[in-house]
Design a protein around this ligand. Structure first.
Ligand SMILES: [Zn+2]
Length: 413
């Protein structure tokens, strides 16, 4: 998220300014408080003044070096903040926005209200209720009561998971059991929550009994048996070429304290047994399922849009084209698609269309994408042409595999 980039640079700067080792005041304080007082005392005691002054000079030089070093670090961090700001926001944002202000954006009352609601919703999604209330008061709009309750529930459960307590998340799974186990899109969340509890039990009997009660139901879809055996019998060689050392023993799991970051953040504690198996972050998994359950977008729409424009580089590319080509580009606001390419990170690519690689036609409801036995995907019409009479299976245009009409599967994007 773009705002985070800046806040990281800012906190670096902040920690430097408060740390005595890097701030200029540290070495100076030492110089005045210690060395000067000490020198004065030595003079009073009748020591040789030239020796005292020479020592003092050495200390002053040393302090100056330390101050210089501290300042260097400070300016580097300051530059870091500047670069983070430049990187996050395109330059001359206000002059750019006026260049695209024809017709003016968000000027009609419904458009203004829509924008306000998007901002309000983004704040509510993050659980920033102080900001939500301030905006409500300022604009005279209201955050949906039902939505607020749901968002509060989501954040309460996320906080619990971050604390290492998955009880409320499991309760939520129980309440939404039929949704989570729907055959179209069964969720892996309950399994991973139970697995987390299982791994945290230090007593093997207790763990086994927990697994029997809660994990057996996931055998068809998850590696339950492997998990249970590798934890209860850590000294057995595993079925793969790795030795048992790569599998967390129940004892090592038990000695791992259930703390915040181990559960929520995959990067902070790579040594924790749970994370070492590349398990998804429970918080991310829960958030995704919660949003899916209530039909909320998977990501905050406002964040996605701002990210695409700023860090994604779309605004920079458009602005560069506008400056180079001026009026030749036509009114930017009348474009239905961008006349230039904007390279986006994979997480920001939303391909909802499929173009058949054989016919080069875009798939539609009447001509949907069809997956062959080999996994290659072409449009249904192309597949039907390959089938010819329909009595013989069709050969894939990309590999030697043959697919019968019955084996072909319609895909939904
Ligand atoms: Zn194929």
């Amino acid at each position: 998220m773009s705002t985070i980039d800046i806040s990281t640079a800012l906190s670096t700067l902040q920690s430097l300014s408060s740390s005595p080792s890097t701030s200029a005041s540290g070495p100076l304080t030492v110089l005045i408080d210690d060395h000067l007082t000490h020198a004065k005392q030595r003079l009073i005691n009748g020591e040789n003044p030239s020796e005292v002054v020479t020592d003092l000079q050495k200390n002053v030089l040393k302090a100056k070096k330390e101050v210089d070093r501290g300042l260097k670090g400070w300016y580097a961090a300051l530059g870091g903040v500047g670069r983070a700001v430049d990187k996050t926001f395109p330059p001359q944002l206000s002059s750019m926005s006026s260049a695209y202000d024809d017709p003016p954006l968000f000027s009609s009352p419904p458009a203004k209200e829509a924008l306000d609601l998007v901002v309000l919703d983004s704040l509510g999604r993050r659980g920033l209720w102080d900001a939500v209330e301030a905006l409500e008061e300022e604009l005279g709009i209201q955050y949906d009561e039902e939505r607020r309750k749901l968002s509060e529930e989501m954040h309460r459960i996320i906080e619990d998971i971050e604390r290492g307590d998955v009880g409320s998340a499991l309760e939520w799974c129980q309440t939404n059991k039929s949704f989570l186990s729907s055959p179209q899109q069964p969720s892996a969340l309950p399994y991973h929550l139970h697995k987390y509890v299982f791994l945290s039990l230090s007593n093997p009997h207790e763990a086994l009994s927990y697994a029997q009660r809660n994990l057996m139901v996931y055998i068809p879809t998850q590696p339950v048996l492997q998990l249970v055996t590798s934890c209860l019998y850590p000294h057995l060689p595993s079925t793969t070429s790795n030795t048992s050392s790569s599998i967390p023993s129940l004892q090592s799991v038990a000695s791992y304290p259930m703390k915040t970051d181990g559960v929520s953040n995959t990067n902070n504690h790579p040594e924790t047994p749970y994370q070492s198996e590349n398990s998804p972050s429970l918080v991310a998994l829960f958030r995704t399922e919660f949003c899916r359950r209530h039909g909320w977008p998977k990501e905050d729409p406002l964040e996605v849009v701002v990210d695409l424009g700023s860090r994604g580089g779309a605004l920079g590319v458009i602005e560069k084209a506008r400056r180079l080509m001026g009026d030749h580009l036509g009114g930017v606001r009348t474009w239905t698609e961008l006349p230039m390419q904007v390279p986006l990170p994979p997480s920001r690519r939303y391909h909802s269309i499929f173009v058949c690689p054989v016919s080069k036609e875009q798939a539609s409801e009447m001509n949907p994408p069809t997956m062959l036995s080999c996994g290659h995907v072409i449009a249904e019409e192309s597949f039907n042409r390959l089938l010819k009479s329909g009595r013989r299976p069709a050969k894939c245009p990309y590999c030697p595999t043959e697919t019968s009409q019955a084996a072909a599967q319609r895909l939904y994007f």
